[in-house]
Design a protein around this ligand. Structure first.
Ligand code: KG4
Ligand code: ZN
Length: 344
């Protein structure tokens, strides 16, 4: 029996594509024995965004301790691991290299297979950790700092990209608007909190445009960010809470409308979200309400499974290993890797 066909397989998974150094032990594709995430957010905060060189150096410093912690928390030794997986793209080249090199080295010393994992495929699999009974087909919205994708997952490993952003990613827009408002990095959680404050204080959100709301399944967030910048320039003394709430409402409106449209157009009745923006409280509430109102099933991964983590990498790796077998050790990193799409 090949290692990839053992359903109880224990995978050591690694994620270093951006500014989180993460490792996890996942068994049988959906049993998370440990999941350790070391955030570098405080190292990048004063620059208002991720600095690639700082990210690579921090990953180098953190990868050893994070992998050790994941093994200790799972109560297993390196020799108990059946395969080693690492995100090999997309992401920052130098950051990816740290996780991939560590993953390959650990695979080599243990004599276990190495599996290179697509970062967005991993985000798609967060929902399968949240609900182990979940079965494809599902329609997924993956919204993160680097990407905004609507994907029909017809089966495991079988994807059709239905829509994506034509300019900025949703998370990028949250981060840029937060910066305009003088909020800390990362901006998504800061805007989420400020918008919640606006709601509880009865502050009326500013009415911002909903770009491409009525057209197709692609997204555009650059215009919305510009609309916020123009509003702030023209409105001295603007209330940041009203702006944050208005920006969040417009973003969430577009994301949820398109997710439901994708479900309607494909006839797939289960909707799923993933990626850092899926941690947004307003987005989660809207997806829940919309699914209930329209008789759809919705799976919302726990917040720690939405933002970058390695548990989701272990889940995706389990299916990849079954489908494709090990990744050759001469495979590199793929900073611009696209999600492999189904043909035919
Ligand atoms: O998936 P992720 O952790 O890393 C990437 O793959 O990019 O996503 C990070 C993004 C950041 O832009 C961050 O501001 C955003 O997700 N984010 C949020 C929230 N939490 C994180 N955006 C909106 N609301 C949140 N609560
Ligand atoms: Zn991500």
């Amino acid at each position: 029996m090949s290692a990839g066909s053992d359903p109880g397989l224990r995978i050591l998974a690694i994620e270093t594509s951006c500014d989180e150094t993460a490792a996890a032990i996942v068994e049988a594709g959906n049993v998370v024995r440990s999941s350790v995430v070391a955030s570098q957010a405080d190292r990048h905060a004063r620059f208002g965004g991720v600095v690639p060189e700082i990210a690579s150096r921090a990953h180098l410093e953190l990868i050893g301790p994070v992998v050790t912690d994941a093994l200790v928390e799972a109560g297993c030794a390196l020799g108990d691991v059946d395969a080693v997986a690492a995100v090999h793209g997309p992401g920052l080249a130098g950051a990816l290299l740290v996780g991939v090199s560590a993953g390959k080295a650990l695979a080599l010393v243990t004599g276990r297979p190495y599996v290179g994992v697509h970062h967005h495929e991993a985000h798609l699999y967060a929902a399968f950790l949240e609900d182990p009974a979940l079965e494809p087909p599902v329609v997924t919205l993956v919204a993160s700092g680097g990407h905004t994708l609507l994907v029909a997952m017809e089966d495991h490993g079988r994807y059709r990209v239905l829509g994506q952003t034509v300019d900025d990613a949703a998370g990028e827009a949250f981060d840029k608007v937060a910066r305009l408002l003088g909020l800390e990095y990362p901006g998504g959680p800061a805007i989420d909190r400020l918008a919640a404050h606006a709601a509880s204080a009865g502050i009326e959100p500013v009415d911002f445009p909903r770009p491409m709301l009525t057209e197709g399944l692609d997204f555009s967030f650059a215009g919305l960010k510009t609309a916020v910048a123009v509003y702030l320039r023209r409105t001295p003394g603007a209330d940041p809470a009203a702006v944050a709430a208005g920006f969040q409402a417009a973003s969430v409106d577009v994301l949820v409308t398109k997710l439901l449209r994708a479900s309607e157009e494909t006839g797939i009745g289960t909707v799923v979200i993933g990626g850092g923006v899926a941690a947004n409280s307003a987005l989660r509430a809207r997806v829940r309400e919309a699914a209930t109102a329209s008789g759809r099933a919705a799976v919302l991964p726990a917040l720690a499974l939405c933002t970058d983590n390695a548990a989701m990498v272990g889940a995706a790796a389990w299916w990849r290993l079954r489908a494709d077998g090990p990744t050759p050790l001469d495979d590199g990193v793929w900073p611009n890797l696209r999600l492999p799409e189904a043909t035919g």
